[in-house]
Ligand binder design. Structure first.
Ligand SMILES: NC(=O)c1ccc[n+]([C@@H]2O[C@H](COP(=O)([O-])OP(=O)(O)OC[C@H]3O[C@@H](n4cnc5c(N)ncnc54)[C@H](O)[C@@H]3O)[C@@H](O)[C@H]2O)c1
Length: 127
């Protein structure tokens, strides 16, 4: 028995992960790329965006398809990673233990992804 792939998760958006994510997104699969932190997630997104643009410039991909592919990619990094993965697991398995806690959802919606302090907790600077 085979099941259709609905979503793809890629851990690490470096050379390999970004390439895999791009292939999945170009195949019209919604794809989440989990990186270690926000900065790495931004680099991963840039890596895929540059690669898609290069494909457009070379005539290998039309602009609409490139935009569609980029729109299918999510690059959370930090607490948003946790919330996104939990939401995907909950959607898939309907297991209440996987559901993202309301506080986590509120923090992510407010853009409070935290900064790793190296002490097991995140710090939220005011400002
Ligand atoms: N590049 C190749 O040609 C190649 C070929 C075969 C196998 N591999 C293997 O594939 C893996 C990735 O290779 P690569 O070239 O893409 O490396 P890379 O260094 O370009 O990318 C690794 C990415 O993983 C991220 N990462 C590290 N820890 C993480 C964590 N805990 N959670 C989420 N993200 C994390 C890093 O930030 C980085 O962006 C390696 O194990 C490598 O040995 C690479």
């Amino acid at each position: 028995m085979s099941a259709a792939i609905a979503r793809v998760g890629v851990v690490g958006g470096g050379q390999m992960g970004a390439g895999i994510a791009e292939v999945c997104a170009r195949a019209r699969l919604d794809t989440i790329v989990c990186e270690a932190d926000r900065a790495a997630a931004d680099r991963a997104r840039e890596r895929v965006a540059v690669s898609l643009e290069r494909a457009v410039q070379r005539g290998k991909l039309d602009r609409l398809s490139a935009e569609d592919a980029l729109g299918r990619l999510t690059f959370p990094g930090g607490l948003d990673t946790v919330a996104s993965v939990a939401a995907s697991l909950y959607d898939e398995f309907k297991e209440p233990l996987y559901a993202p806690p309301p506080l986590l959802q509120r923090m992510v919606e407010a853009g409070l992804f935290g900064r790793n302090t190296g002490r097991g907790f995140h710090r939220y600077d005011r400002g």
